[in-house]
Design a protein around this ligand. Sequence first.
Ligand SMILES: Cc1ncc(COP(=O)(O)O)c(C=O)c1O
Length: 381
Amino acid sequence: MLPTYLDCNATTPMEPDVVREVQRFMVDEYGNAASPVHMYGTVARMVVEKARRDVAAVVEADPDEVIFTSGATESNNLSLLGLAEEGRRSGRMHLICSAIEHKAVLEPLQHLESLGFEVTKLPVDRGGSVNVEALADSIRPQTLCVSVMHVNNETGVVQPLNLVAEVLSAHPAWFHVDAAQGFCKELDMLKLKRIDFMSVSAHKVYGPKGIGALIMRKRRSLPNSLSPLFRGGGQEQGLRPGTLPVPLIAGLGMAARLALRDQVKRKASCMAFRENAVEALESLGALIHGDQRRVLPHTINISIPGVEAHQSLNALKNIIAFSNGSACTAHTQEPSHVLQAMGVQGDRLHEAIRLSWCHMTENVDWDRVCDIVKKLQGGAL
Ligand SMILES: Cc1ncc(COP(=O)(O)O)c(C=O)c1O
């Protein structure tokens, strides 16, 4: 028997309907969307434009505000590095982000620092929410961009983007949101009109890997404020040239449609799973990280006293498959920068694990999990 997959924040399983859609455009409808001079190309073009409308609908954007990319990493890079030229031209060389951003935001910003830009990192509170007063204190006339994530990948905490938008209401800074973890899951924050750039990823929402989008609100961000990272055939308004991966785009479009259709059902099943998980984990004395009033229902980040993360990962590996943090940093064994920013210290930091599930996750034998963890706590394993 395979262990139950509890690492949906790293990547989700694909919805069966999405698999069928991807396969259809891989096997039967294999035209190039840039060749609509025959039937194959026309069908490809039509499905791409349908997917664009479906992705836009999730956040109430216009379809022409959606630029397809390879995923959230690329969208983050395109937004942040793509603004550098404007920053240099206008003398606005200051950027702000939260201390709990994903590496796919922190590293492009680090690169901008090496090019002479200045970056301010905002602290977060103990519950894992960005400190919005600190934003108000640190923003300057020369601030080019403020980047705050939508939902944290390690804790599941939804960030107060509405309050960030209020602070930015009278400021010209671009507002970028890494929405990889919340797009199609938390549906309100991303409708904020003040957000200029949103990075989204299909493989976090039951779609295929290697496709995502940058959603750019036209009000201010088009046509010329972003410079492309690649040059080529002019696709995607010249911002992301290259032949469009039609099967993957069709899959992302289907994933977006299903998310809107099934949102209530999905949330209910994630909540039900959560109740059982929390009950079991609390019986082990687990300390839950992140403000539980602000988390999405499919993520829990906990420290189990007396059991280091590598011990629980190893002892439970045949029952549940989970993670000791972000998939991108799990292999480094470095303590989480997110939990450290929240003030988690010492043993609690090394005991921290993340369980993340979805509406397709099957039940877990929590009694068996608890038995094993109690043995670890008692030193019997
Ligand atoms: C918050 C966040 N941003 C960006 C990414 C990277 O997304 P992608 O795999 O689509 O490049 C991830 C994936 O782990 C993420 O959780």
